[in-house]
Design a protein around this ligand. Structure first.
Ligand SMILES: [Zn+2]
Length: 494
């Protein structure tokens, strides 16, 4: 049978079409494969970086906590030497020991800080220039601002624990920073920090505004303006837009005695009392191998000892399953571990660059942040916590990782640099000038602005108030808060 030319024409055209389709199909497969290969590369890179970051963070936190334990043990040994010197009436030695103890409570944590850097670097983390610059900046502040800052009465706001202490402390900070900071101390408690008590100092406030989390206001500031002239209501309903400034002024920085380092501080205190007050309880506990000489010749003499600050060393409530935070653990903390106190929290940031095409540039730099917390543990004897008798004695033998939420890290983390810049540099101007004083480049400032859907916009707050005015909505704040309880979720890491 002879094929008609028309038919042949049609057939050959179909053939071309098919091979064209095959080409498109092959190209599609190639594109898909390329993306899969790139994605695979990225995933591996991310996982690797994440593992490296976690290992380095954990190692740095454990190392810092180990040095905290070593320092506490040294303070304890010095207390024992102090007791022995008292037996011999050797006042010069007692003075020398006290001087060493005062310096040790700064030098020890600084060694912890330095050792943490080494641990992070040994685990493959590079120096972070922002961290390094921040520590150098702070060293300058310690050196030049701390010695001269007056309090309201013209007395020094930051009295030195020993002559020239701030200069020596600044030198130590500079030495650590000169080698480069890879692991930032995330539970720094800087002397110039506001202690608490103001919504603008609460990082949760900014997050609530950004995420329109109206329940946050019910849980955290239900009657915030009760002390003011308006009837009691939530901060959301009570707030009045600028001008004038509605916010109360920021709290004062308290004037106190400085004994502990800002970084990895040990939470210790000077106790001026008789040795008897410790020894009585120590002997009552039935310790047979006590190496403290409780000779009556020293028992009634008043002297200054290094002990545990009761504010820092208390019950570990944040780990309490029945406590206010409803910590999600099974069982209760064993009594011999049930104490807060010295701990070390580390923040590590590693940069990774993706090669998979994203929404913007082909090379998208991203950051992986890892925080880890660790704590020295120990026992005085089989059953007693290290802080059972107030006075520091050598007791720390172990170090463990602990949950971040059970650590002493402040809200938002001490080394969240944009947050620190906001509270240190922007808030005063905002309180004085209202939204005009805000910094346009700051995320926290932008939450406070008068732009549509932000805090100073009355309509934004009205939206929230209207939502909360409906009882079913308000009930959601309580029924959907989950295991975290009233805070709307516990901050639990790993
Ligand atoms: Zn700001």
């Amino acid at each position: 049978m002879k094929k008609t030319p028309t038919f042949q024409f049609i057939k050959s055209n179909q053939k071309n079409e098919r091979s064209g389709q095959t080409m498109i199909f092959i190209i599609m497969i190639l594109v898909c494969l390329t993306i899969v290969v790139m994605l695979n590369f990225d995933v591996h890179k991310i996982i690797r970086t994440k593992t490296v970051t976690q290992n380095a963070g954990d190692a740095a936190a454990l190392m810092a906590a180990r040095w905290q334990g070593i320092t506490l043990n040294l303070e304890g040994e010095l207390n024992i030497m102090h007791a022995l010197a008292m037996v011999n009436d050797d006042n010069d030695t007692i003075d020398a020991i006290s001087n060493i103890q005062a310096r040790l409570s700064y030098v020890g944590p600084m060694i912890a800080f330095m050792a943490a850097q080494q641990a992070a670097k040994n685990n493959g983390i590079y120096v972070n220039d922002d961290f390094t610059a921040r520590i150098h900046e702070h060293a300058d502040k310690v050196r030049y601002v701390y010695p001269t800052e007056p309090d309201n009465n013209g007395n020094p706001l930051f009295p030195e624990p020993w002559p020239n202490a701030w200069s020596e402390y600044a030198d130590m900070l500079d030495t650590v920073a000169d080698n480069g900071i890879a692991a930032a101390p995330d539970n720094q408690h800087l002397y110039a920090d506001y202690t608490s008590g103001h919504p603008l100092l609460d990082i949760g406030f900014y997050e609530a505004v950004a995420g329109r989390n109206w329940c946050w206001f019910v849980h955290n500031y239900p009657n915030y303006n009760v002390a003011r002239t308006d009837p009691p209501t939530t901060l959301l309903e009570g707030y009045k837009s600028y001008p004038p400034t509605w916010w109360p002024p920021l709290p004062f920085i308290p004037n106190r005695q400085y004994i502990n380092s800002e970084t990895f501080g040990l939470g210790i205190n000077k106790l001026t009392t008789t040795f008897d007050s410790f020894a009585t309880s120590y002997n009552a506990a039935g310790s047979s191998d006590s190496h403290i000489n409780t000779s009556s010749s020293i028992s009634n003499q008043v002297s200054t000892w290094y002990g545990y600050s009761s504010a820092a060393w208390s019950k570990w409530d944040s780990m309490d399953v029945h406590g206010s935070q409803n910590f999600p653990v099974v069982g209760t903390v064993r009594p011999q571990y049930n104490y807060t106190g010295a701990d070390a929290v580390i923040r590590i940031i590693a940069d990774i660059t993706r090669i998979t095409p994203g929404a913007g540039d082909s090379e998208v730099p991203q950051q992986i942040t890892w925080t880890a917390a660790a704590k020295p543990f120990g026992m005085l004897n089989e059953a007693d916590r290290p802080n059972a008798f107030q006075i520091i004695l050598p007791a720390f033998k172990d170090v463990r990782l602990i949950p971040i939420s059970a650590s002493s890290t402040p809200s938002g983390g001490a080394f969240n640099i944009p947050w620190r810049i906001h509270i240190e540099n922007h808030l005063t101007k905002y309180l004085a000038e209202g939204p005009n004083g805000l910094n346009p480049d700051c995320w926290y400032c932008s939450q406070l602005s008068a732009a549509k859907g932000k805090w100073e916009d009355p309509l934004f707050r009205q939206t929230g108030a209207n939502w909360l005015a409906i009882p079913e909505n308000k009930n959601l704040c309580y029924t959907q808060s989950g295991p975290g309880g009233p805070g709307g979720g516990t901050r639990v890491a790993h």
